[in-house]
Design a protein. Structure first.
Length: 333
């Protein structure tokens, strides 16, 4: 009969052997992944040759793909989503603060060369590392009760730098706190992410990056036909009267007697029934030309809300809800 102590030792030896086998298999798998030829290698080689990547860029790409879980080596070159996932895995494994500066610079350069930044409207945005300098953003404090409009002044693999004039409080008091960063990508979506304030210096806040972005599609918001007078104010201070023809929580269709171009920013004022005057910044998306016979002298423009538009968005949603409720009421009688 086996004594309890002997049984304990046998059990321990079995567990040790199984653990050693598992570790050996993991090590062997890691070695194969590091040194053996992966699926998709010919396609990978052909693509990097076509892109004209430099030797240091190819070496870093190799590191990224080897630290990922992709079976095909060329997967990392196919979409921004897969590239950013590989980058995140690499930073999680190494600790981004421990990665050499030159490697960080190469990864940022690769993102630009592969055209995986947010400036490419075909690239899916999954990380704030894809944001670009000069992008306009909102920073929401205290759950959105305070907010300031800013611009990205600089970005690298370790963080984003945004301007801060302390109009809503001390910059130093924000260090170490979490805030929400909101960015509107015209004709796509509003992206929001929780980030940490890393430092404040001379009117500049340094924020951490985020890879967990909340996305609200602009095109999915319900549009409501309207006919509201609107006053537009341009960057040079001049104004123009026009008409608002449809409205959603993400953007508008308006007519102005002034020819505007895509990307142009202006401010508009209009009266939202039951809610009062709205004063909000917009970005012109497309100029549809003079196509409305009812307003032959007006250029019709699609535009998205920009900057600090949270309260306007909320009131527009409430307005649309009330209008739809009133439309349904007669049908239910």
């Amino acid at each position: 009969m086996i004594e309890p102590l002997q049984l304990f030792w046998i059990f321990g030896i079995v567990v040790l052997v199984l653990t050693l086998v598992a570790l050996w298999e993991i090590q062997r798998s890691y070695y194969r992944r590091e040194h053996e030829v992966m699926f998709g290698t010919p396609l990978f080689d052909a693509q990097i040759k076509e892109l004209g990547l430099l030797p240091d860029e190819i070496r870093v790409l190799e590191k990224l793909v080897r630290s990922s879980k992709y079976e095909n080596k060329d997967a990392i070159l196919n979409t921004a989503t897969l590239f950013e996932s590989a980058v995140s895995n690499y930073y999680d494994f190494k600790g981004e603060e421990n990665v050499k500066k030159e490697v960080l610079e190469v990864i940022a350069r690769l993102r630009r060369k592969l055209n995986f930044t947010a400036a490419n409207h075909l690239a899916t945005v999954t990380s704030t590392r894809q944001y670009n300098e000069t992008n306009r953003v909102d920073v929401l404090l205290d759950g959105g009760t305070r907010m300031f409009h800013s611009t990205i002044l600089g970005t690298d693999e370790l963080g984003l730098v945004v301007g801060y004039d302390e109009s809503v409080g001390s910059g130093r008091s924000l260090v170490g706190r979490n805030v929400r960063l909101r960015w509107t990508r015209p004709e796509d979506a509003v992206y929001t992410a929780k980030v940490a304030v890393k430092s404040f210096n001379s009117g500049r806040l340094t924020l951490s990056h985020a890879t967990n972005l909340e996305k609200k599609q602009l095109r999915r918001w319900v549009r409501e036909p309207v006919d509201f007078p609107v006053v537009a104010t341009f960057e040079d201070g001049s104004t123009s009267n026009g008409v608002l023809l449809d409205l959603s929580a993400g953007g508008i269709l308006l007519g102005l007697p002034v020819d505007c171009s895509s990307g142009q920013h202006l401010k508009i004022k209009f009266e939202l029934p039951s809610f009062g005057e709205e004063d909000v910044e917009i970005e012109i998306l497309r100029n549809l030309g003079q196509k409305n016979p009812k307003f032959p002298d007006y250029y019709f423009l699609t535009a998205s809300f920009f900057g600090a538009f949270g309260w306007t968005q909320e009131r527009v949603l409430q307005y649309i809800f009330e209008v739809h409720k009133q439309k349904k009421a007669p049908e239910e009688v």
